[in-house]
Write a protein that binds this ligand. Structure first.
Ligand code: MF3
Ligand code: CO
Ligand code: CO
Length: 248
């Protein structure tokens, strides 16, 4: 069921989304080579809890941490561990926070030192995919126009668009309907309505779009060819004449 949020619910969403945005800015100021991904998760936990919110991923279907920290070939759902972040890595940090019963969800891919031209371009194009998707988005837009915009742009660079995972609605639950794929045919899908809140999150691979799901930990998603992947996500409110990006 797709929910349309009331004015009061949207105020709560704004608040959780502001905390998510600030947490990612805090991580951006502090992440560096030599840290473990677990230390990144500690920063996330500290900031979210210090803001009076709760990290929604902690305990979500058994997930053991406050964030997903995904390095290089890890697409998403990297479990914070003793893996040490190195100069030249790209590190996606994805967090969801809940306050007053409502969730905000966003991800950024941080570049650690000099990552080189190829990774720099991948990260930049992944962010641009998001902005292409919201460019003409408003109440009445067919849902799969989002995926069409992401896919067309990413594939024009020869990148692979992950299909096995998608964006999603968000609100009381971290994952609500509808599913928001990063691929699709223009002009198809349900028409979005003002008051819907959705997460648009391009996951873009330098090589093949195919991914592997870890059989050891049940979470970690990596590229099938082990080439790098980038991720960029925001929570977005659909309005009559456009969108409001709540986590920016
Ligand atoms: N934040 C992720 C998303 O964008 C979901 C993480 S699920 C978790 O949908 F359990 F790994 F936290
Ligand atoms: Co997320
Ligand atoms: Co999400």
């Amino acid at each position: 069921m797709i929910t349309v949020k009331s004015a009061r619910e949207i105020e709560y969403m704004r608040e959780s989304c502001r905390i998510v945005k600030e947490t990612l800015e805090y991580v951006g100021r502090n992440i560096r080579a030599g840290m473990t991904t677990k230390q990144v998760d500690e920063l996330v936990y500290k900031y979210i809890v210090g803001s009076g919110a709760v990290p929604s991923s902690l305990g979500y279907e058994g997930y053991p941490a406050s964030s997903c920290v995904s390095v290089n070939e890890t697409v998403v759902h990297g479990i914070p561990s003793d893996r040490v972040i190195k100069e030249g890595d790209i590190v996606s940090v994805d967090i969801t926070a809940e306050k007053n019963g409502y969730n905000g969800d966003a991800a950024r891919t941080f570049m650690i030192g000099d990552v080189g031209e190829e990774k720099r371009r991948l990260v930049k194009v992944t962010e641009e995919c998001f902005f292409k998707a919201v460019e003409n988005l408003r109440a009445g837009t067919p849902l799969y126009d989002i995926g069409y915009a992401v896919q067309t742009y990413a594939e024009s660079y020869g990148y692979g668009v992950v299909r096995a995972l998608t964006g999603h609605g968000i609100g009381r639950e971290m994952h609500e309907d509808p599913s928001v794929p990063n691929y699709g045919r223009k002009g198809t899908g349900i028409r979005l309505k003002a008051g819907m809140t959705i997460c648009i999150e391009p996951m873009i691979n330098m090589g093949t779009y195919k991914v592997d799901f870890s059989r050891e930990d049940g979470w970690t998603v990596t590229t099938a060819d082990k080439k790098p992947s980038a991720h960029y996500e925001n929570t977005v409110l659909i309005t009559e004449d456009g969108v409001e990006i709540l986590t920016l």
